[in-house]
Each structure stands twice: as structure tokens, then as C-alpha cells.
Design a protein around this ligand. Sequence first.
Ligand code: ADP
Length: 186
Amino acid sequence: LEPKEEFKHKTLAMDVMRPRCSDPPLSVLTQSGMSVDQVEALISDTSYSGFPVVVSQETQRLVGFVLRRDLVISIENARRMQEGIVGASQVLFTEHTSAQPYGGPPPVCLRGIIDLSPLAITDHTPMDITVDIFRKLGLRQCLVTQNGVFFLLYLCRRLLGIITKKDILKHMAQMTNRDPESILFN
Ligand code: ADP
């Protein structure tokens, strides 16, 4: 490990996570109900390195995380090698998939590319602990879920946002009035 600096400010994950109030909402994939066209539009309209997968837009209940590059490759492969895949084909991240939902074109099943236990912290996690977790686990990003007993009781994680290593570097730089490039992180 390179020498590292301690982070002593009293900020919380909610102060660093994206999206900010004024930003567009988090770009997520739903575990079912999206078509190949919709997923490809999400890929071309954004440049994020990954997308959280949720049960539905309404619940924002976290299922996992998919890397952009895995999504791109898998859809390309499915279009090339799997018969009958068209823009209207459903993209499914669910465990059980019926072969042809509602008699439509065959679906693309992408359960295999989800990280089903992505590291998630709550919005109330202090940033000094978050920085420590990023360093110790060598994370590139981590998801932020809602704090609260309700969500613990129901064992579901309601997704609120995402923090990347770059977000942390920018935050550390802001707090100490420095250039993010000058911060020794790992
Ligand atoms: P990096 O921060 O290394 O450039 P990304 O390109 O993935 O990594 O993210 C760019 C910015 O967008 C970061 O501020 C991050 O918090 C935010 N972000 C990452 N993924 C998403 C997403 N799926 N939806 C909305 N914002 C995201």
C-alpha cells in the first residue's frame, strides 16, 4: 500500500453520492420489463461504467450491479448468436425466465452477468469509514441504500445512489482545497 492520508471530516455518504438533487435520476436497469432497444438506448445515452439492477422503478429495490462492458458484450453476443433476438426482445435479469414472454420474441437472459452482492453502504455511513472501505477493498464504486429499520426488517435494500472512487477523490480535494490528482488514495 502507498502512504495514505486520513480523512477526518464529518461528512456522510449522502453528501458525496450521486445523483445530486438537481441531477437526473440514477440510471438503472429493471430486472425485467426492459427491451433490448431500451437497454441499448441507456447504454448509448450515458457513459457510466455500470448500472444498478432494481426490481422495479417504483420500489428501487436493489438486485445487483452490472458493468457496462459486460452488458455491451452480452447484448452483442445475443444479437449475433441467439436466434430471433430483435429490438423488442425482453432483457431479463431474473432467475426464472419463461422462454417466450407473452408470445413475443425470445428474451435475452443476462442473470449471469449481474454481481448479486454488490457492496452497498447506507446514506448515513460516515465518509471516513467509506474511504476506508474503498481503500481496503480496492473498490471502483459502491452503491448507497436507504438507512432505516423498515428496510432492515424487510431485508430489502432501497437504492438511493452511487459513489465512485473519483467522486471520493473530488470530495477529498474539495474538503482540503486541493487538486484531486494530488491525493494518494490506495
Ligand atoms: P467515474 O466517476 O470513475 O468517472 P462513472 O463514469 O461510472 O465513473 O461515473 C461518472 C459519474 O456518474 C460519477 O459521479 C458517478 O457517481 C455517477 N454515476 C455512475 N453510475 C451512475 C448511474 N448508473 N446513474 C447515475 N449516475 C451514475
